[in-house]
Design a protein around this ligand. Sequence first.
Ligand SMILES: *Cc1c(COP(=O)(O)O)cnc(C)c1O
Length: 452
Amino acid sequence: MSNHSQEWLQRSRNAVWHPCTQMKRHEQLPIIPVARGDGVWLEDFDGKRYIDSISSWWVNLFGHNHPRIKQAIREQLDSLEHVILAGFTHRPVVELSEKLHALTGLGHAFYASDGASATEIALKMSFHYWRNCGQAGKHRFVSLQHSYHGETAGALAVTDVPLFSATYAPLLQSNLRVASPDARLARPGESAADVALKAIADVEQLFQREAGQIAAIIIEPLVQGAAGMLMYDPVYLTRLRALCDQYQVHLIADEIAVGFGRTGTLFACEQAGIKPDFLCLSKGITGGYLPLSCVLTRDDIYKAFYDDDVSRGFLHSHSYTGNALACRAALEVLAIFEDEDILVRNAEKAAQFNRHLAWLQDTPGIRHVRQRGMIWAFDVETERSDFSLAFYRAMLERGCLTRPIGNTVYFMPPYVLEETHMQQLSESAQAVVAALAAQTASTGSSREMPLP
Ligand SMILES: *Cc1c(COP(=O)(O)O)cnc(C)c1O
């Protein structure tokens, strides 16, 4: 690494508290200063390039340095960068809200700047709705085993990743948890749908007992991302929708990670033919350019807040609510989906990448190879507690940014991935899996920390 890069990483270590990171690790593990991005590539100050196979933490859809999104933001900059959204409005926020309504059948878009805030908004709205309807006793939330909905206190209370939530347990509302429909749990002879139906039985039992105190169930449709890309059958969503109707429980779909084409349809819920009561969106919404999130809901829920009484209104706010630049970027993202037939092209790319990854199917020690839309994942059988870190490092050396979750390796690439990139990712992963398996045999497990 050049002196120039060394200097940036040193200054970052001193000045920046990096997210999701035990900072002491960076005594050994270098932080990579990124000078620029272009398409799928990130480039450091020494000119070394990395394929961004995780879309910069799942936000980037059409690659870095995208001409159309850049141009849209530039144009918006010349008229209005931001304005208070209480008592005022502007063109991009109106147009985006209309577009999202047309695409989802849900409306009254309420904006914030990040995913966790969208979760908070949906939880608060659901509770407040029931309260406005004279059912304030419905104040608890249900989430799935291995769920992830963000890291603010309310969101963490519906998140089931102990590494993130256990420390803060005394700060978190006690909520309810149901089984994950994770297709990996299928026993011999069982299908993914069988697992989903068993998990649904768990929800039904809970609703039978506790629906009187349950405001909502929050789920990540089709793919539980942060838990390690656990995938499940859409029948779970269809049945869950029916149970929520039957027991008067709101269904909150957290499509923060899976929205905007990730699972093959524009929104994951479409694959089950269902409409949630609340839909949370963020991450890809601006193509990874600016922070923006949004909660959409049903007309009748909106109407329960519409009143002469101020306190029946939803008085939540964030300073940057409906930021004009971010909304303009989001409009351009939706225009790109339309103009460039992205979902059809993604299906072709997915088939192509599957062919490159065929080696996974017959490599010993690789389990649960899975794919949905533009998400690929597989589990590596290993004794190494540092597998994720070792894989991450070895892939970086080969010019690939990955970020395994435990022993799950996944790819969630920008939609502009081309065949040469697929090849580099696939061949690198194959070589690294083989190298790590060989090392395990000789060195046993390592004491290094895993990547969280
Ligand atoms: C990333 C994520 C969040 C949180 O979004 P942030 O912008 O990181 O706060 C919530 N839910 C899901 C499913 C996510 O993947």
